[in-house]
Design a protein around this ligand. Structure first.
Ligand code: GLA
Length: 696
């Protein structure tokens, strides 16, 4: 029997890569990609809990209210280093023992953090050389948070000591269900220019290129006479009088990612050794922090987890939320993941921190759940009285347990308890978008043809077209297996390796529809333009060579007419193309490229390679993508605008449908077999569609 429920009672109706060897997990019991959290039955629900800010009477009140809200897991310890190790090598764990016992007694599982994102004052006093040094060569002081220099041996030793202490003491504590290493690697510290980092970078460059000749070749140092004659001339990209060498900058990004990843791996390995069977995660910021190459990180965690905060100034911020959630699920290889932080209402660090509307928190939470999250957690449980985040919303706000927010927190807790069967089910997509942090780093460096053609905006615009067409989407690394997809979009593949180009070719020949966006296939992994033109990596596959980039002036646009008679408008970018072996589907209709090709399609093997040489708005992309869907045999579901219908499926075929209504009207959705699903304004409805075989 099918079960239908509305899940947002408080939303008042009508109110409205794969290029490096994959490291095996160092914990053999966790080598399977799908890891559950020991002792946690349903969907994880809770948040960051910072009890060191409160006297112990408040802890008891917290636990009572957590139970009332349906909280079953909290993340603790992120900011506890100063309390746990008040003097170097001296530990005070009595308070944590009591807290863990208290939580355990209440049936609340613990996601125990290593506190290495906030070294204590004594650390900076004793090891001033371990401070982060910014690009302008300023050493950054204590009195805030953010790690020390990731290359510092002193910082690494101190991290290992506190992590080992925690692992030894709590590795088999019955309250501990998961380890939370550090907090949001990559922000606020994504790089450091200390003298230890100089040495570390030099060693990294040596390993990568082997010889100075190799470095000179890779970085193209013949340009502007930058030739390096000795290893001590290899420097990080400190400020320079004019623009710095872009190839070095790209390698610096790779190095910084690696230096920070090494810090994570060291802590993870200690925890795997001392706490077998307990999964280790670290909270990503998939779409919001571009510093880390999360394809590399994702294979090193036992469970992928993510933090997401709405962009308050964007009235359609639910689309970016969806993209972030789809990206996170893709990082998890399609396995369930955890939303480790989001906010119950406004944050405090944007320009105008808009409070969420009634029902919006539930809508956000269930949007993540419907996109594969098996846990919905917040920053933070109880609002802080002091410190930089006292105006950030919380599950238990300053206004207390009688507030609207706390009421909605309790309602969401009850809803998630009911949704326990959804846990473990998976989302399926026929379309994938290529996503590559290395390409993003390279594309967004200075001195490009146009500063207004950015990786993020291009990718998000293409994603939003798919979102508006109600088509589920994954993200993939350009070298990943694409055989499960009918359509692959490459909105921003400026940097493409030979292996990626060959992968795309295989995909098309095997019957796929590949759509490539402008300024793609331009450079190799050293940010060098390839021999053979401006898109040499893809020219053969696309049947089109890019002869010239012709970015537009601000306020200028260029019209494109399609063979179907539609008129589209390029916003920022046009390209002079030479069509060699492709059908022209759209031509510029004015400007310097008048009558030149702008949209092409090449038949290759059983598939097609499409090229769109301009940036188009979400609306104008419809004309292009509709044709692509038709070639891929995909149908755009008939659904109202801004109403999502998402599906997670269990292994036995049971389907969980989620209707998420971002509009101010209620809707009846046709969900197949003559069935309708009612979703109230601003609400979420869930329908469980059983398989014909009854569920055990
Ligand atoms: C990040 C951090 C949290 C908190 C929130 C506030 O996600 O991990 O500690 O600062 O931002 O939004």
């Amino acid at each position: 029997m099918n079960r239908e429920r509305s899940l947002s009672p408080s939303a008042t109706p009508d109110q409205h890569r794969p290029d490096a060897p994959v490291t095996e997990s160092s914990n053999p019991s966790l080598s399977s990609p799908s890891v559950s959290i020991p002792g946690l039955e349903g969907v994880a629900y809770g948040g960051d809990y910072n009890p060191e800010q409160w006297p112990r009477e408040v802890w008891r009140e917290d636990v009572r209210l957590m139970r009332e809200a349906g909280v079953n897991m909290v993340s603790i310890g992120m900011w506890s280093w100063a309390k746990l190790e008040p003097r170097e090598g001296e530990f005070d764990t009595e308070w944590l023992d009591e807290l863990l016992d208290l939580l355990h007694g209440a049936g609340i599982r613990v996601d125990l953090a290593t506190p290495t994102a906030a070294p204590p004052a004594w650390f900076f006093r004793t090891y001033p050389q371990a401070r982060v040094v910014d690009r302008e060569q300023r050493a950054l002081g204590p009195g805030s948070r953010g790690m020390a220099c990731p290359s510092s041996p002193d910082y690494r030793a101190a991290c290992a000591r506190i992590t080992r202490m925690l692992g030894e003491r709590y590795g088999s504590h019955p309250a501990v269900a998961m380890w939370h290493v550090h907090n949001e690697y990559g922000a606020p510290v994504g790089e450091s220019f200390s003298s230890a980092a100089h040495e570390h970078f030099r060693a990294w460059v040596k390993t990568r290129y082997g010889s100075l000749e190799g470095v000179n070749e890779a970085w193209g140092t013949a340009f502007w006479g930058q030739t390096l004659a000795r290893w001590d001339e290899v420097l990080p990209p400190i400020p320079t009088p004019s623009v710095a060498n872009p190839s070095r900058e790209l390698d610096w990004r790779r190095f910084s990612n690696q230096a920070i990843l090494e810090c994570y791996l060291a802590e993870r390995d200690i925890l795997h050794e001392l706490s077998p069977g307990i999964p280790v995660t670290t909270n990503f910021m998939a779409h919001t922090c571009p510093n880390m190459d999360l394809w590399r990180w994702a294979r090193e965690v036992d469970i992928v987890s993510n933090d997401h905060y709405l962009i308050a100034s964007d009235p359609r911020n639910f689309v970016e939320l969806a993209m972030d959630a789809d990206l996170t699920r893709s990082l998890a290889g399609g396995d369930p993941w955890l939303l480790l932080e989001h906010s119950t209402s406004g944050v405090n660090w944007q320009e105008r921190n808009v409070a969420k509307e009634p029902g919006e928190m539930a809508r956000n939470s269930l949007s993540h759940l419907a996109r594969g999250a098996d846990g919905i957690m917040f920053f933070q449980w109880r609002a802080s009285k002091k410190g930089a985040e006292k105006f950030h919303s919380a599950m238990l706000p300053h206004a207390g347990a009688t507030s609207r927010v706390f009421r909605e927190v309790c309602e969401l807790g009850a809803t998630l308890q009911d949704l326990a069967p959804v846990r473990g089910s998976r989302v399926r997509a026929d379309i994938a978008i290529l996503y590559d942090w290395e390409s993003q780093w390279a594309q967004d460096l200075p001195w490009r043809p146009s500063a207004d053609l950015g990786h993020r905006a291009q990718t998000q615009t293409w994603y939003e077209r798919l979102w508006s067409d109600h088509l589920p989407t994954d993200f993939v690394h350009p070298e990943a297996d694409l055989s499960g997809y009918r359509v692959v979009l490459a909105p921003a593949s400026y940097l493409l390796t030979d292996a990626a180009a060959a992968n795309l070719e295989r995909f098309v020949h095997g019957g796929g529809q590949l759509v490539v966006g402008p300024f793609s296939g331009v450079v190799d992994e050293c940010d060098g333009v390839r021999d053979g033109g401006l898109n040499a990596a893809l020219a053969g596959l696309l049947g089109v060579a890019v002869e010239e980039f012709c970015p537009l002036r601000a306020e200028e646009t260029a019209r494109i007419t399609t063979s179907a008679g539609e008129v589209l408008e390029a916003q920022v970018w046009t390209e002079g193309l030479v069509v060699r072996d492709a059908e022209v589907l759209g031509r510029y209709a004015d400007g310097r490229l008048d009558e030149g090709a702008a949209l092409t399609r090449a038949a290759r093997g059983d598939g097609h390679a499409w090229y769109l040489a301009s940036d188009l708005s979400v609306e104008d992309l419809r004309a292009v993508f509709t044709d692509v869907y038709a070639h891929a045999g995909l149908t755009v579901p008939e659904l109202p605008a801004d109403v999502e219908l998402l599906e997670r499926a269990e292994a036995d075929g049971t389907r969980h449908l989620f209707a998420i209504n971002h509009t101010g009207q209620s809707h009846e959705l046709q969900v197949g077999a003559g069935q309708t699903l009612h979703v109230a304004a601003g609400a979420v409805a869930h329908l469980e569609v059983a398989t014909s075989a009854p569920k055990a």
